[in-house]
Design a protein around this ligand. Sequence first.
Ligand code: CAA
Length: 296
Amino acid sequence: MLAATARLARRPVQALAKDARAPGVALSSTVRQLSTDFSSYENIKVEKKEGRVALIELYRPKALNALCTPLINELNDATEKLDLDADVGAIVITGSEKAFAAGADIKEMQSKEYINAYTTNMFANWANLSKIQTPTIAAVNGFALGGGCELAMLCDIILAGEKAKFGQPEIKLGTIPGCGGTQRLIRAVGKSKAMELVLTGNMMSAQEAEAKGLVARIYPVEDLVDEALKMARQISSFSKPIVQMAKEAVNASYEMSLEEGCRFERRIFHSTFSTEDRLEGMTAFVEKRDPTFKHK
Ligand code: CAA
């Protein structure tokens, strides 16, 4: 409740426009009591870095960062806290050099039955990540398979190390993607490639993923996280509310027709004129100086 109130209080401008968040689990229904302590996590590491950015490392090395329920709960908890932190302008999520994440935890799922999967709405809360307002960058080295690929696609930008591999191999386990793989992949790579990945379980290289538009940029393995942090700092150097509005407008295209989306975009564009940072940005240009954004 506390978080929901804080979130609403921080969104006066967007509140003027229609909320474009995806339908489904409302974030406010899943938020927990907030504290700023990240030290109790066992499956992720969270670090706030200079330049108003945060780095989250998925950390289950023995299981190739398989995404067990406690890991997802910690990730949601951390990203909700960071989203409300005025001193965080962008979040980088990464794994190890071998695996971003090798999917949902198969050992945890193995003995589950339908009634449990259905009544607990298994995996519905994974999408919380896509509902935060702060931009997220997935820095993918190694395997991003199944839920790992889906987790990367829940982020706003995917950067890849040159040996990264993406895939939806659930078909080999007698199941199908359950966290948006069939829906988000097709939007990123088109029907034919999405069908190939989902129906065969084949993996796609970083180079192919970049060529198809799933990945924004590729870097040498050892440079990837630094480059992701650099991009996060670049985003964080801009006005936080304006960045959030830009993200909201781009994401609206998932949900709306072109005409609705363009009208939504225009309304948000209009609402930037209610911020001090819009005035500062344009004034700085006219006065031939760098802007000083106050994030309001
Ligand atoms: N869940 C649980 N444990 C996993 C795992 C997963 N998704 N992926 C890997 N592991 C574990 C392995 O069981 C192994 O543990 P043990 O040492 O205790 O046996 C350890 O991680 C190392 O894995 P491998 O020995 O298999 O490593 P490898 O280098 O030989 O192979 C791999 C790497 C190709 C990624 C292989 O581990 C693999 O195929 N993993 C499963 C990938 C997969 O099917 N993902 C989809 C999961 S379902 C899903 O995600 C549904 C959804 O939509 C959310």
